[in-house]
Design a protein around this ligand. Structure first.
Ligand SMILES: Nc1ncnc2c1ncn2[C@@H]1O[C@H](COP(=O)(O)OP(=O)(O)OP(=O)(O)O)[C@@H](O)[C@H]1O
Ligand SMILES: [Mg+2]
Length: 250
């Protein structure tokens, strides 16, 4: 299985505060990597470094065999942040939809402006995606007329509209009412079954166990355990992880 993303000896400081202390991991095509760990352990910082929303302090990110460089444009030395972000989609906890654009415009904007797709092609693709997340009847609504679960499904469709090689999801259900969590998890589960490669930061342990093929447990900016969902979630080796899971498994 080919590797799409490799993180090598990644460190991140905020001022003098070490937040990521030497992370190494690999994401292969069609992997679903779940990232779990207590609040403040560095999960969001790690996933944000994966598409250079945060700049690593040292170490490297290798995407599709090329070094990621801190420059907008790709060059002979590596892949720039512009190309990286076109190929790595991200979905956030708080949706971050454009409030003054309709659902359809939210989904078509980047493909048209960034990928230079025709309006017709982008619209056709957006309608397919919105249909697949169960929102085709909402295409002309504005985001503030949607429920949280519906907004998050639009945000997922918007990320997919760029046809990313990798999708990063940072606690995409934690801002939702409990009744709305299921509809979003169902969409992610379907993407997993379709072979989408994903890194998923989540507090939903049952979901991580169900959808992921690899799980990492982070604490204090380090990967403390990694393995299959069965190894990490069912037969954890450290007392710390056992305690963490006892608080999160419902
Ligand atoms: N922009 C920032 N400036 C300074 N410190 C930051 C910044 N972002 C995060 N931190 C600090 O880095 C550490 C890791 O934060 P991060 O958001 O990555 O944790 P997390 O595991 O995602 O937590 P949560 O589960 O609460 O989302 C925390 O101590 C946090 O206070
Ligand atoms: Mg976080």
């Amino acid at each position: 299985m080919s590797t799409i993303l490799r993180v090598e000896n990644l460190t991140k400081y905020f001022d003098s505060h070490l937040v990521l202390g030497g992370i190494n991991l690999e994401v292969n095509n069609q992997d679903i990597l779940a990232v779990i760990g207590p609040s403040g352990s560095g999960k969001s910082t790690l996933i944000r470094c994966m598409n250079m929303l945060e700049l690593p302090s040292s170490g490297s990110i290798v995407f599709d065999g090329k070094q990621v460089i801190n420059a907008f444009k790709s060059n002979e030395n590596g892949i720039g942040t512009g190309e990286l972000r076109r190929r790595v989609g991200m979905v956030f906890q708080h949706f971050n939809l454009y409030p003054h654009r309709t659902v359809l415009e939210n989904v078509t904007q980047a493909p048209i402006l960034v990928n230079k797709e025709s309006v017709q092609d982008a619209t056709t693709h957006a309608k397919e995606l919105l249909e697949s997340v169960g929102l085709v009847e909402k295409i002309h609504e504005f985001p503030n007329h949607l429920s949280g679960g519906q907004k998050q499904r639009v945000a997922i469709a918007r990320a997919l509209a760029m046809r990313p090689n990798l999708l990063l999801l940072d606690e995409v259900t934690s801002a939702l009412d409990p009744e709305l969590v299921g509809e979003v998890l169902q969409v992610i589960k379907r993407l997993a079954n379709q072979g989408m490669t994903m890194v998923i930061v989540t507090h939903e342990m049952a979901f991580a166990g169900d959808v992921a093929n690899k799980v990492i447990f982070m604490e204090d900016g380090q990967i403390k355990e990694s393995g299959s969902p069965a190894e990490i979630l069912v037969t954890p080796s450290s007392e710390r992880l056992k305690l963490f899971l006892s608080r999160h498994l419902r």
